[in-house]
Design a protein around this ligand. Structure first.
Ligand code: DAH
Length: 341
């Protein structure tokens, strides 16, 4: 076959392959095969040496023409693939710019705040005032006025962050009951929710910063029966069901008698389970009748007035209610945790 004819045949075959290529990779493979350095066109030009000058001129023309035709066919096919790809992407990534923007995602209340709000609502409805006190306290309000004088061993029950000038970070919310008695006098019904601080090694169940609610009622003829009534009302509201409670003796210098109030295990209802360590009861709330010295130091006559007081661990309660097993999560600021409540 004459070289010119070979070139024409090659061109026709290559054009067909270009049209048949299904994507840009297949097309590129054809290009390398035909127009590449070792491609079929290059192979043909190797035979030019054997031709007469006239034949060579004619074949050279044909080769150039074929080369140009193929290059432009490749180019246009390539463009077609590119514009197909672009259209496909535009279809897939289409955005309606006229749609209204999504609003800001609403936040949620912290689980401790939720329980605190509920407790405040409940006690407000029972005629209690909600009081606030300073987190940086005097030694007097945090200890002495609660019947814990210097050198009293009960000071060691709470690891204290001492500050300059004899002040401290309050180790409990009980100093607010002293401030309440000083400021409002009897009769008095108050709760004081807030933060307390202890110099503790932090682990899954200990934080240096935690939340409590202190509660106090001072009136004439206040008895343990009142204390039990209010505590049962409180716990039934928090756990949203009737709860059974029991009192055990407990020592706190600011109450006499002092108690640990246990609630019958909410998981097993009494027979015993891992949560209540098989005892059927969960220790929840220390409380008692206000020690006469405490009343007296805040200017209240213990012969005329009596009272009860209790301390509720809000952090602990939130953990129980929501089944949170690591106290550190509560102050982690981790939105993946917080947005569940
Ligand atoms: N303030 C105590 C504490 O944080 C808790 C407490 C115990 C408060 C007995 C009271 C109470 O009002 O009567 O350890």
């Amino acid at each position: 076959m004459k070289l010119d004819d070979q070139i024409q045949k090659l061109e026709a075959g290559a054009l067909a392959r270009i049209q048949e290529a299904i994507d840009s990779e297949a097309l590129e493979a054809v290009r390398v095969d035909v127009l590449g350095r070792k491609g079929s066109l290059a192979q043909i030009s190797k035979d030019f040496g054997k031709l007469t000058p006239e034949e060579r001129a004619s074949a050279g023309k044909a080769l150039n023409a074929a080369k140009q035709a193929l290059e432009s066919a490749f180019e246009s096919r390539k463009q077609a693939f590119a514009s197909d790809a672009l259209n496909q992407r535009l279809r897939a990534e289409w955005v309606d710019l006229t749609l209204p923007a999504p609003g800001p995602r609403p936040g949620s209340l912290h689980p401790v705040t939720q329980i605190q709000d509920e407790i405040e609502d409940l006690f407000t409805s029972l005629g209690f005032a909600v009081l606030d006190g300073p987190e940086v306290e005097t030694e007097y309000h945090n200890f002495d006025a609660l019947n814990i004088p210097p050198e009293h061993p009960a000071r060691d029950m709470q690891d204290t962050f001492w500050l300059e000038g004899g002040n401290l970070l309050r180790t409990h919310t009980s100093p607010v009951q002293v401030r309440g008695m000083e400021k409002l006098g009897p009769p008095l019904r108050m709760i004081a929710p807030g933060r307390a601080f202890r110099n503790e090694e932090v682990d899954a169940s200990h934080e240096h910063t935690f939340y409590q609610v202190e509660g106090m009622m001072v009136d004439r003829d206040v008895s343990v029966a009142h204390l039990i009534y209010f505590m049962k009302t409180l716990l039934s509201a928090i756990f949203r069901r009737e709860v059974t409670v029991r009192l055990r003796p407990g020592y706190f210098p600011f109450v006499e008698p002092g108690f640990e109030l246990d609630v019958q295990c909410l998981i097993c209802g009494g027979p015993g389970c891992p949560v209540c360590k098989q005892s059927g009861w969960v220790e929840l709330l220390p409380c008692g009748l206000v020690q006469p010295n405490v009343l007296r130091m805040s200017g209240i006559d213990p012969d005329e007035w009596g009272g009860f007081a209790f301390g509720l661990g809000l952090t602990r309660l939130a953990m129980m209610r929501y089944g949170i097993d690591d106290i550190r999560l509560l102050q982690s600021g981790d939105l993946r945790f917080l947005s569940q409540f």
